[in-house]
Design a protein around this ligand. Structure first.
Ligand code: SF4
Ligand code: SF4
Length: 178
C-alpha cells in the first residue's frame, strides 16, 4: 500500500438544463490555451465541447478527458428527447476514431487541465447562466505517479510515428540543446 496524501479534488458540475448553447466556454478555453495566450480563438481547439440539438433546445457540455491509443470495441449511441446522437458523442476521450479533443493541426490530444494557474476555471467564469459550477474538496488518496499531459502527448506521438522515430528526434533535439 502506498502512502496517503491529501489531494484537492476539483469538480465542475454541469447542469445541462441551464446551458443555452452560447459556446462562450469553448471560445474562452481555446483562447486561454492559444500560444501566445489569447492570441486566437478556435472552438476546435477547446477542451470543452457543447453537443447541440438547437431545435429541441438541448445542449450538453462535455469536457476533454484522457487520451487513449485504441478505440473502444463497443460504441454508445444516445437517444435524447427523440434525437439520436452520433456514436460516442458524449465520450470524453481523445481517441483514434474521431477528431474531437485533438489539436486540429498536429493531432495531439487535448485534455482539460482545469485552467492550471487560474483561481477558477475560465469556462465556469464565462458561463453567465451558471450551467457550469466549480467545486473543490480535499480528500486523502493513495500516493501515485500521475500521467501528465506531456506523457499523453508523447504517447500519442509514438503511436503516430513509432517509438524509434520519436526517440531519434528527441536525441537530435537534446544534442542541439547542449
Ligand atoms: S458558456 Fe455555459 S451556457 Fe454557454 S455553452 Fe458553455 S456551458 Fe452552455
Ligand atoms: S476548465 Fe479550463 S481547460 Fe478545462 S474546459 Fe474549462 S476553460 Fe478549458
Amino acid at each position: 500500500m502506498g502512502e496517503k496524501k491529501k489531494k484537492i479534488i476539483k469538480t465542475i458540475k454541469v447542469n445541462a438544463d441551464e446551458c443555452n448553447g452560447c459556446r462562450a466556454c469553448e471560445v474562452v478555453c481555446s483562447a486561454f490555451h492559444a500560444t501566445p495566450k489569447y492570441s486566437s480563438n478556435n472552438p476546435a481547439r477547446s477542451r470543452i465541447r457543447v453537443i447541440r440539438h438547437p431545435i429541441k433546445d438541448i445542449y450538453v457540455p462535455v469536457y476533454a478527458g484522457e487520451y487513449t491509443p485504441a478505440e473502444c470495441a463497443g460504441r454508445n449511441k444516445y437517444l435524447l428527447d427523440g434525437k439520436e446522437y452520433e456514436e460516442c458523442a458524449f465520450c470524453r476521450a481523445s481517441c483514434p476514431s474521431r477528431s474531437e479533443f485533438k489539436e486540429p493541426d498536429s493531432g495531439l490530444p487535448l485534455k482539460c487541465d482545469m485552467c492550471e494557474g487560474e483561481d477558477e476555471p475560465l469556462c465556469v467564469k464565462w458561463c453567465l447562466v451558471d450551467a457550469l459550477t466549480y467545486e473543490e474538496r480535499e480528500e486523502e488518496v493513495e500516493e501515485q505517479v500521475e500521467t501528465e499531459e506531456a506523457e499523453a502527448g508523447l504517447e500519442s506521438l509514438i503511436d503516430k510515428y513509432g517509438f524509434d522515430k520519436v526517440t531519434d528526434i528527441i536525441a537530435r533535439m537534446s544534442q542541439k540543446g547542449q
